[in-house]
Ligand binder design. Structure first.
Ligand code: SF4
Ligand code: MG
Length: 335
């Protein structure tokens, strides 16, 4: 079928200014040519270390930030081509849930008002209708109507995130961008909120983009996964395929750290991602991962690998072989 969302060569570069005239002296390439599609009713997970551009990608999709280049086609229309009124209308269909529900909820307002706000601000609904919808959404996220009179500080972290989710759903969106929605929660609460998100998706026919640095949550909830590094997608595949046959060295390293180390690698041979993530203001030439890649060769320093391969795509000149053991262990495994 047709994708609900198609992101095409999306770029978001921030200018860096310097000198006495505050001239632009460079740019931070937070998102640097990202393309993917999201189909109705599915969850696309976007995973990567902090600073890889995954949150910025999410924010650019719902136009909390303006892309520098590229297209975001939603429901067949390029959002960049829409005038402000039409854009505002489409944006109601795109909502975002943030990592820290506390900072996204006005502490001086009661939960009932926080939830009614999106409706009364945008729609032509009566107070009574808004009130009915507030109770319905509270129930959907597993909270009783009593919560209407509570303030955010009176809620637990899990309850606050439930309110954050309810608020995002008040306008019946089609696509919800979930930016680290469980990362701030206790591990015991994370599974509950992930299950709630799955139930809501099934019951309301939602499409999700699930952004996280944690592979566990992404694996649990995503149908497909895109792995990002330094503003680019390194690999994308179905969740099962990505975990079974990672082809990009960066993916392999992420998987190796989760949940248990790869049994094919003995301790001293285990790959670790060495060094810090390079500065996005001065990204490495060629493959942006070459400064940390255990398999980098000369070609990697000069030639940018393209994301190729259709359903299972990866951007690497020297991808790992399909199947185990991974290339790093070749010749050293004793099995
Ligand atoms: Fe490593 Fe080269 Fe592949 Fe980049 S292109 S991931 S440096 S092997
Ligand atoms: Mg982030």
């Amino acid at each position: 079928g047709e994708p609900l969302l198609s992101v095409q060569d999306l770029k978001l570069h921030y200018p860096i200014r310097g000198g006495i005239f505050s001239r632009q002296v460079g740019s931070v390439r937070a998102v640097d040519g990202v393309s993917f599609e999201v189909f109705p009713g599915e969850t696309l997970g976007i995973v990567g270390e902090s600073g890889c551009g995954k949150s910025t990608t999410g924010r650019a999709i719902i136009r909390l930030e303006d892309p520098s280049a590229g297209a975001v086609v939603f429901g067949g229309r390029d959002l960049a081509s829409l005038q402000s009124r039409a854009l505002r209308k489409v944006r109601l269909d795109l909502q975002m849930v943030f990592q820290d529900p506390y900072s996204s909820l006005n502490p001086q307002k009661r939960v009932g008002d926080l939830l009614a706000e999106p409706l009364t601000a945008h729609g032509r609904v009566s107070r009574k209708e808004a009130g009915r919808k507030v109770v319905e959404m509270l129930e959907r996220v597993g909270l009783s109507s009593q919560f209407r009179s509570r303030y955010p500080h009176e809620l637990s972290g899990g309850q606050r995130q439930r309110v954050g989710i309810a608020r995002a759903l008040m306008l019946d969106p089609t696509l919800v961008v979930l930016d680290e929605p469980v990362s701030a929660l206790d591990v015991s609460i994370q599974a509950q909120v992930l299950n709630l998100l799955k139930d809501l998706q099934r019951d309301l026919g939602l499409t999700y983009i699930f952004i996280s640095h944690g592979l566990g949550a992404v694996k649990y909830i995503s149908d497909r996964i895109a792995v990002m590094y330094l503003g680019k997608i390194m690999e994308t595949a179905t969740t099962a395929e990505l975990f079974a046959n990672p082809r990009h060295p960066y993916t392999e390293i992420l998987l190796d750290a989760y949940p248990a180390p790869n049994p094919h690698l003995r301790d001293k041979e285990r790959i670790v991602v060495q060094g810090d993530v390079p500065n996005a203001a001065n990204p490495p030439s060629g493959c942006v991962f070459h400064t940390r890649c255990p398999f980098a060769r000369e070609k990697c320093k000069t030639e940018v690998p393209q994301l190729e391969g259709g359903k299972h795509a990866f951007a690497c000149h020297f991808p790992l072989e399909v199947g185990r053991p991974p290339a790093s262990a070749t010749g050293t495994t004793t099995e």
